[in-house]
Design a protein around this ligand. Sequence first.
Ligand code: PMP
Length: 291
Amino acid sequence: MRACTIDGVPRRAEEATISVMGHGLLYGDGVFEGLRFYAHRSFRVDQHLDRLRDSAIAIGLELPMSKADMKQAIERTIKASGLSDGYIRLVVTRGEGSLGLDPASCIQARTIIIADELAMVSPESRQRGVNVIIASTRRLNADQLDPRVKTLNYLNQISAKQEASAAGADEAILLNQAGRVAEGTADNIFIVKNSHLLTPPTSEGPLDGITRSVIIEIAAGLGIVCEQALLSVYDLYTADECFLTGTGAELIPVASVAGRQLPPKRDIFRRLETAFAQLIHDNRIEPAIDL
Ligand code: PMP
């Protein structure tokens, strides 16, 4: 069942409302996080809440709840959903204000937490791998809107996603202003070349993905060399393996890039996937937080 809390107060998800004067709605003024939970336990919640804090600092928004309260509200929302495994959307909006865009008119930031199911791709696509295109929409530069800030305005990624849908592809890869690879619309990208794992550094425009950091950690544990490197479209076309990572996506292999098929062998991906599954399994059996 979908469950929802607003400012820590449980609401019936179907009836929960937020003001039409909210600047989150009017201007996309706010920040958010997406987390998964497995066996009722949120995965990497501290990292998500730290990133939320950093996003809020970047846009000059004071979070209305402490980290501990936020964690409790997340756990309560998970409980209320009755779901064992699912997805949490945590949104902090600038709150209600006047029609002008100055956030000075917004008195109280609002916190919305929704727990629901989420299936990003079908099991068949996950097995087969997804087909990606290179979007003509470019990722924003850090001097425009720093891509590390997870703001409520996702039009940059939505435009790229529309390009993918129009082309009959599953996902779009956004390049940065210099024409190098940044990331997918809601996922980070990795390639394997000559047994080395490569992913663009955050200075190239991707979000500092938490699943990305988990994969970098796992690779180190498995003795797989992982480098943060500048990648071109050519590097994607000629990769031995390519895959996407994200909270929603988890790990998804890429079957083709702009019509170029990648080799079907996915040795390193399989090793990382197995270790990732083990990590999730361990998360399932961690002691529960007492509320
Ligand atoms: N890039 C973008 C633009 C995203 O929205 C997401 C999803 N949060 C990711 C990458 C993957 O990040 P994470 O692993 O933290 O979910």
